[in-house]
Structures are given as C-alpha cells and as structure tokens.
Design a protein around this ligand. Structure first.
Ligand code: NAD
Ligand code: UFG
Length: 333
C-alpha cells in the first residue's frame, strides 16, 4: 500500500481530480472539506471513477476538529487545496480571506506538527509573482510585490509561513506548486468545475453562457498589446495539473521546494472562445467590454524546473480540455 494522504479541499475542482489520480496510483486517500465551495456528490463520483474514500466534513478553521482528524488518520502526507479563491470577492472581504486561508493553514500545520506528519504539498498560484515586468515566469523571480488581490497575498504569505516552518523543523518537506490557469474536466464527464455561486474565472463563465444561465460572455478588453488584443494566459488541463501533484509526491525532500505547473504556452481569450466553439459546435454569445482592473496583458509559465526535477510536463491540449468540458456539461444537463 502507498502512503496515507490527507487531501484538504478534496471535493473541490482540482482536489477531486487529484484524489482520483492518487487513488489510481495506489495511495490511501482521505478527504477533508467543509463543502463551502463543493458538493458532497463529488465523493460518489470519485468512487465511480476510482474508489470510495473516507471523508471528513471539517472546517480547517476549527482547530479541534482538525486535530481529531489527525488523531484518527496517521497521515504521511498532506496535499492542501482547501481555501477561498475568488479574486474579486477577496478585495471586498479581505479579512475572511486572511482568516480562512491563512488561519486554516496554520491550524493544519499545527496538527501536522503535533502528530508527526512532515510532508505537505501546497496549492499556490502564479499570482505570487505579482507584476514582474516579464511575461514568462520562472521560480527564481522575486515574489510578493504588486500582488493585485488579498487572495493572491494569502498565497504569498502561506508560502512564507511554509518556508519559516521548514527552518524551524528540518524534517519538514514542503512542495509549493504555483498553478497557472487550470481548465477542463475529467474525461469520464463525472468531475469538473462546478463552483457554488457566481464564478469569476473564464471557463466557468463560458460554461454558464453555454448553458444560457448568463446571456453573453463579457471579454475584458481587446486593446492589450497581444497578437489579437485580448489577454493571454497559460491554460493547463486539470488532469495534467493533478498528475503534477503525483510527481511532486515522489520528489518530496526536506526543505522548501517550489515548482511552476503550466504548459509554457499562452492562449488568448479569443482563442479559448474559438476552441470552445469548435468543441461544442455552437457560437458563444460574447461582447467586448472594458478591461478588468488588475488584469495583466499576458503571462505564462516557464515549466522547465518541473520537467527537469519532477519529470513532469503537460500532455493534454486546450482542445482536449474543451472536449472534456463539453462532456461534463452534457453529463450535468
Ligand atoms: P475549489 O473552490 O473548487 O476547491 C477548494 C475546496 O476547499 C472547496 O471544496 C471548498 O469547499 C474547500 N474549502 C475552502 N475553505 C475551507 C476550509 N476552511 N476548510 C475546509 N475546506 C475548505 O477550488 P480549486 O479551483 O479546486 O482550487 C484548489 C486550490 O488551488 C485553492 O487553494 C486555490 O486557491 C488554488 N488555485 C486555484 C486556481 C484556479 O484557477 N482554480 C489557480 C491557482 C491556485
Ligand atoms: N476573462 C474575460 N471574461 C470573463 C472572465 C475572464 O475576458 O468573464 C479574461 C480575463 O480578463 C483574463 C482571462 O480571461 O484575461 C482569464 O481570467 P481568469 O479570471 O479565468 O484567470 P486570471 O488569469 O485572472 O486568474 C488566475 C487564477 C487566479 C490567480 C490569477 C493571477 O484564477 O487564482 O490568475 O495569477 F490569482
């Protein structure tokens, strides 16, 4: 039997896909989530694709409950996805974001320390680079400056907390993964991005327009200095991203380690819309509106370090992601 892994946020979008890959690879998985932004049905779906796993409906802000999970669990490793992630909302409710994301992580790290669990993989974001002035982000670039939202700042601050924790405990192995823009769904059509409430990110909004729950996609500006005038991002299929966590599991070593997880190739908003239309066979109603404050014209990952040290690189394309998204949408109808 492989290691025993606690997946926080495991019923969420990226956590559920990663749980599937971990179970398939022979790891013993336990999921913790407060179901704030995910649904309990996801557990059944994970069961159908891979295997049924134990689940704790626990809020990471409840230190006592987290401690109890560890008391029962004896985990070798934690993969920490749980957190609030809506960039716009974090500007309106910064304290909730600091409380949940940072407070929750501190409780988790305390329970890990108390119960002798010394391995953690953390979901960070390209946002920690702020606005470095160059579009290709490399792990050696400085972080923490010009971060445009409290959400992004929580990611930076948690990275710093993790670094400090490795100094205090030389046995602690941390892998921080800086995700670029996750898209797509599980090829089974059973798992995908299904946030509670109004989404912020491009693909969940595209999906709502396709379902006619939103009349039109608002494209935030077409006057950027990019080939077609719309912003460019590094979109990564969620299954590739999940596999990045398995690669990271195998590379855990004491200290603070960080990797970009991206494809290395940017796509514009208009290219994403075209790819979705090609996969669905239908036109997506859209209109160009003014720029969204805080958006950078373009950025993408330099994924060289993950390829060299983890032996990981993306294998799936934006077109694969769109086909899987359509399959998920049809399955949910
Ligand atoms: P998600 O919202 O689908 O999943 C996060 C899960 O965490 C949800 O199921 C939610 O209910 C749970 N959660 C939140 N606060 C909790 C708490 N206090 N206690 C217990 N559970 C809690 O989001 P996702 O897209 O799967 O993202 C996973 C992680 O990756 C997050 O940390 C996110 O910030 C990070 N990330 C996401 C993206 C992206 O674009 N999706 C990009 C970069 C980084
Ligand atoms: N976009 C639109 N219309 C929409 C939504 C988005 O045109 O309705 C555009 C945005 O302007 C941007 C692109 O689509 O150019 C992608 O936007 P997302 O909101 O999906 O993603 P971001 O690149 O803004 O955000 C991502 C992650 C965050 C992270 C941020 C900064 O989702 O976690 O990158 O690194 F904080």
């Amino acid at each position: 039997m492989g290691k025993r892994v606690l997946v926080t946020g495991g019923t969420g979008y990226i956590g559920s896909h990663t749980a599937v890959e971990l179970i398939k690879a022979g790891y013993e998985v336990v999921i913790l989530d407060n179901l704030f932004n995910s649904k309990i049905e996801v557990l059944e779906r994970i069961g159908k694709i891979a295997n049924v796993v134990p689940f704790y409906k626990v809020d990471l802000m409840d230190a006592e409950a987290v401690d109890k999970v560890f008391e029962k669990g004896k985990f070798d490793t934690v993969i920490h996805f749980a957190g609030l992630k809506a960039v716009g909302e974090s500007v309106e409710k910064p304290l909730s974001y600091y409380e949940n994301n940072i407070g929750g992580t501190v409780n988790l790290l305390k329970a890990m320390k108390k119960h002798g669990c010394n391995e953690i993989i953390f979901s960070s974001s390209a946002t920690v680079y702020g606005d470095p002035g160059k579009p290709e982000y490399v792990e050696t670039m400085r972080t923490g400056q010009d971060i445009s939202s409290p959400y992004g700042k929580t990611k930076y601050m948690i990275e710093e907390i993790l670094k400090d924790a490795t100094v205090a405990n030389p046995k602690l192995s941390v892998v921080t993964l800086r995700y670029f823009n996750p898209i797509g769904a599980h090829p089974s059509g059973l798992l995908g991005e299904d946030p509670n409430g109004i989404p912020n990110n491009l693909m969940p909004i595209v999906m709502k327009v396709a379902r006619k729950e939103i009349p039109k996609l608002a494209i935030y500006g077409d006057d950027y200095p990019t080939p077609d005038g719309t912003c460019r991002r590094d979109y990564i299929h969620v299954v590739d991203l999940s596999k990045g966590h398995l690669a990271a599991m195998q590379a855990l070593k004491p200290g603070f380690n960080v990797y970009n997880l991206g494809s290395g190739k940017p796509n514009s908003v208009l290219e994403i819309v075209s790819a979705f239309e090609k996969a669905s066979g239908e036109k997506l109603p859209r209109k160009v509106v003014k720029r969204r404050p805080g958006d950078l014209a373009e950025f993408w990952a330099n994924p060289g370090k993950a390829e060299k040290e983890l032996g990981w690189k993306t294998e799936l394309t934006v077109d694969d992601a769109m086909e899987d998204t359509i399959r998920y949408l049809k399955n949910e109808e």
